[in-house]
Ligand binder design. Structure first.
Ligand code: AMP
Length: 109
């Protein structure tokens, strides 16, 4: 894993293409897109991974999905899209800050 780039982005230490932000959730464009639309849905609160999520975080996790769906609608992904969470080394997680990938804009099969 590499350093927590997403905390650095949220803290203004490094730039990103921000698509949406509020007090709890940021959405940025992935720097290496795997599809025509590739956004990252990121909680402002730092969770290294799902091990850190407690019962009182459930509403926030629900919000991540709602924001992801809103972003998909704004991008006119009417034919569908994919949400992905990579968890741990074997899951291919690179950035140690919980996030959801939103992928769409082509048939992902
Ligand atoms: P994951 O493997 O789930 O941890 O995915 C991390 C994602 O973050 C990858 O798709 C990277 O391309 C993306 N990424 C890494 N650095 C940046 C950055 N500075 N701005 C936007 N996306 C990034």
């Amino acid at each position: 894993m590499i350093t927590d780039i997403f905390c650095k982005i949220i803290n203004g230490e490094i730039p990103a293409e921000v698509v949406y932000q509020d007090d709890h959730v940021w959405v940025i464009k992935d720097i290496a897109p795997q599809a025509p639309v590739h956004f990252l849905i990121i909680p402002v609160k730092h969770f290294t991974g799902l091990d850190d999520v407690a019962e009182h975080d459930e509403a926030l996790l629900g919000k991540l999905f709602r924001v992801a769906h809103d972003m998909a609608k704004k991008q006119n992904l009417d034919k569908g899209y994919r949400l992905v969470v990579n968890e741990g080394e074997h899951g291919g997680k690179l950035v140690p800050h919980l996030h959801i990938h939103l992928l769409g804009g082509k048939n992902l099969k």
